[in-house]
Design a protein around this ligand. Structure first.
Ligand SMILES: [Zn+2]
Length: 245
């Protein structure tokens, strides 16, 4: 997706960058776990104009899942990093999933939905999300870590970029990863500059989260996967041709 650069970086106010919007899928002993859902073209266009994000209906996540031999209805758990338009679109594809989400993120966005004060995501995304048929499991801020299955640990990070952010710690034979999502947009947003993203709820929360994830990654010998890093993304193994074991 082509995006005005100042959405990524508050210090930048001109130009356009192409950004990746990653979705992660894990095959586990409890079934398929998906982290984030990508976005809905009709939702993202009014929020981030102008951009050239243009999947046809046939190229949304079920299309990509099927290429990897997975059906959308087989997604057992859906972990949502936060409810922004580029992370929670087209939720209706996953009616049988249990959605795991930060309690504050869930309740603040539910409030905005019910009071018609939606900003990001737009109401149509929240409508799809809340009426999808998914079960919801919300995590209070005091639950810092939750092992979903061996090798997959939810990091419940609290307010920062959004009202409540969730990352993932992934242990694989090939190595360990910390999926930071928009807690750290790009390598440039982390140490030592701690550049603020264009969107944020809490400056202190944001910085604290960045420091927490960097320490966590160091302590666990893990590689950080950034939220929208156009330089890192092409270096990663990507479905359907490749995966991490
Ligand atoms: Zn994002």
């Amino acid at each position: 997706m082509k995006l005005e650069a100042n959405y990524l970086d508050e210090a930048s106010n001109q130009g356009f960058d192409y950004i990746p919007i990653p979705v992660y899928v894990f095959e586990t002993s409890k079934g398929y776990v998906m982290y984030d859902t990508g976005c809905d073209k009709d939702s993202v266009m009014p929020i981030y104009p102008p951009n050239d994000f243009d999947p046809t209906d046939g190229e949304y996540m079920p299309y990509h899942l099927e290429k990897a031999g997975i059906k959308a209805e087989d997604i057992k758990y859906l972990v949502i990093s936060h409810l922004h338009v580029d992370h929670c679109g087209k939720a209706a594809y996953y009616p049988k999933a249990t959605c795991i989400i930060n309690n504050q993120e869930f309740s603040q966005q539910l409030h905005q939905y019910m009071t018609d004060t939606c900003t990001n995501p737009p109401k149509r995304d929240l409508e799809a999300f809340f009426s999808s048929g998914m079960k919801f499991q919300t995590l209070a801020d005091d639950v810092k870590e939750l092992e979903l299955v061996p090798g997959l640990t939810i990091l419940n990070l609290g307010a920062g970029h959004a009202y409540g952010m969730i990352g993932l710690y992934v242990e694989l034979e090939e190595g360990n990863f910390v999926i930071a999502s928009d807690c750290i947009y790009c390598a440039a947003h982390g140490y030592p500059d701690y550049q603020m993203p264009g969107i944020g709820v809490s400056v202190e929360g944001y910085k604290e989260t960045v420091r927490y994830l960097e320490k966590y990654a160091k302590d666990h010998n893990a590689k950080i996967l950034f939220g929208h890093d156009a330089e890192q993304f092409p270096t990663l193994k990507q479905a359907p041709g490749a995966y991490y074991a």
